[in-house]
Design a protein around this ligand. Structure first.
Ligand SMILES: C[S@@+](CC[C@H](N)C(=O)[O-])C[C@H]1O[C@@H](n2cnc3c(N)ncnc32)[C@H](O)[C@@H]1O
Length: 399
């Protein structure tokens, strides 16, 4: 429940004419400049554990998403994120009793977001269903003598029997649209820890760590890994700080390019982080998880990403138009964009977005903007073209 003061603040922030006359821009500047203090603190040990389902490159900080949703919408409002990635904004919105519309072009993002929007309603049910699927997968894999069709680059990551069981299980889950269980399985696919399924490997992006953990010295890391105890342990971790009964409001997910997004509902608020210009490879970095999600050519996904200022501008034009169509009058659009560093120059993506929204497409006014630093884990690995900071731009629809 909001206090009376908070309600007045909210009305002011939303341009309500019913309260005292308030200079919205000055008001927002004060509120936004205070926000980073709230979201900079780490939330790893306190956030809803469903957020930790599986890694996703470019994932937003949950506190940032939560604070923005809290600040700019009310219970029962509709929040949209057309570049939802791993579903941080949608989950934060659901946990605050907002309805949610989420979309993303990437099939791995689709698995993770669907898992967060439509979790199994009870941990014991989830464990029961998961162990049943694992038994079926093991029987099937055994019948096929643990032979599977997989390219050499995938085989390099797994013991052959583990690969056969995990691939069979992933196929079964996909066929039955068990996105929540598939999301949990993808979350334990690769790492160097014993609770994961691959040979020693990094977690965020799949790189084998043979040098650090040579088989001769660490033979146990190269043995068969049983998926059942690992998936059970993962599910228990997923539910550790997550109460599924809190997910009550309406939600929908579209696996689509924003250019083809089409829906009937209108939202009150958009909170979204579009793809950084040529900074992150959502396909390449997630290639192993994508392969188990049924994608055989991850390269196509990255080819569709904006690689230069022109392509980024075009994508922002589409975004400004789409959000204009799918937001209610006076709706807000909050875009979080990264600064892109080329060998010597810096591309001000914030200026591109502002110019597109306010001038090129029009019908939008910038309410406020703040700068935040990007944590190391989310920076691009491309050494000369990383992103160092990001901007939060808040627009209001003026027509
Ligand atoms: C910066 S990431 C979003 C991360 C997300 N906010 C999170 O916390 O996980 C940008 C997302 O845009 C998606 N994307 C890129 N081009 C797209 C397009 N044309 N239409 C829809 N989604 C797209 C990518 O797949 C990626 O998931």
């Amino acid at each position: 429940m909001r206090t009376k003061r908070e309600k007045t603040d909210y009305a002011a922030a939303n341009g309500s004419t019913s309260g005292d006359t308030v200079d919205i821009v000055a008001y927002m500047a004060v509120r936004l400049s205070n926000l980073p203090r709230t979201w900079r603190a780490s939330s790893v040990g306190t956030e809803c554990s469903l957020h930790q389902l599986a890694p996703y490159i470019g994932k937003l900080k949950t506190r940032l998403a939560g604070t923005l949703v809290e600040q700019y919408s009310q219970e029962d409002d509709v929040v949209i994120d057309p570049f939802c990635g791993s579903g941080v904004v949608p989950l934060e919105a659901l946990l605050r009793e907002r309805s949610v519309i989420a979309a993303d072009i990437n099939p791995y993002a689709a698995v993770l977001t669907r898992a967060k929007l439509f979790p199994i309603s009870d941990v014991w049910r989830a464990l029961g269903i998961a162990t049943e699927y694992v038994s079926r997968a093991k029987v099937l894999a055994r019948k096929r003598n643990h032979r599977v069709t997989a390219p050499p680059w995938v085989r390099r990551f797994f013991h052959p029997k583990t690969l056969a069981e995990v691939k069979t299980l992933a196929d079964l889950l996909r066929r039955n649209r068990e996105w929540f269980l598939l999301g949990n399985l993808l979350g334990i696919l690769h790492h160097q820890r014993p609770g994961f399924l691959s040979y020693p490997c990094s977690h965020l992006v799949p790189y084998l760590r043979h040098r650090k953990f040579p088989q001769a010295k660490y033979p146990q890391m190269y043995k068969y890994r049983d998926v059942e105890p690992r998936l059970v342990a993962k599910l228990l971790r997923t539910y550790a700080r997550f109460d599924p009964t809190r997910i009550r409001t309406r939600r929908s997910f579209y696996k689509t390019d924003i250019r083809r997004l089409s829906m009937r509902t209108k939202a009150n608020l958009a909170v979204t982080s579009p793809p950084y210009m040529n900074a992150l490879d959502y396909g390449r970095d997630n290639r192993l998880r994508l392969w188990f999600a049924g994608v055989r050519s991850h390269r196509k996904l990255d080819e569709a990403l904006p690689t230069d200022e022109k392509a980024f501008t075009v994508l922002m034009e589409v975004t400004a138009r789409r959000l204009g169509t799918y937001l209610k009058p006076k709706g807000k659009a909050i875009l979080i964009v990264g600064e892109v560093r080329k060998s010597r120059s810096v591309v001000r993506t914030d200026e591109i977005v502002r110019s597109v929204f306010e001038n090129k497409i029009g019908g939008w006014r910038l309410l406020d903007q703040i700068t935040d630093s990007v944590p190391d884990i989310r920076r691009s690995r491309r050494s000369y073209r990383g992103t160092k900071k990001e901007w939060v731009l808040v627009f209001v629809k003026t027509r």
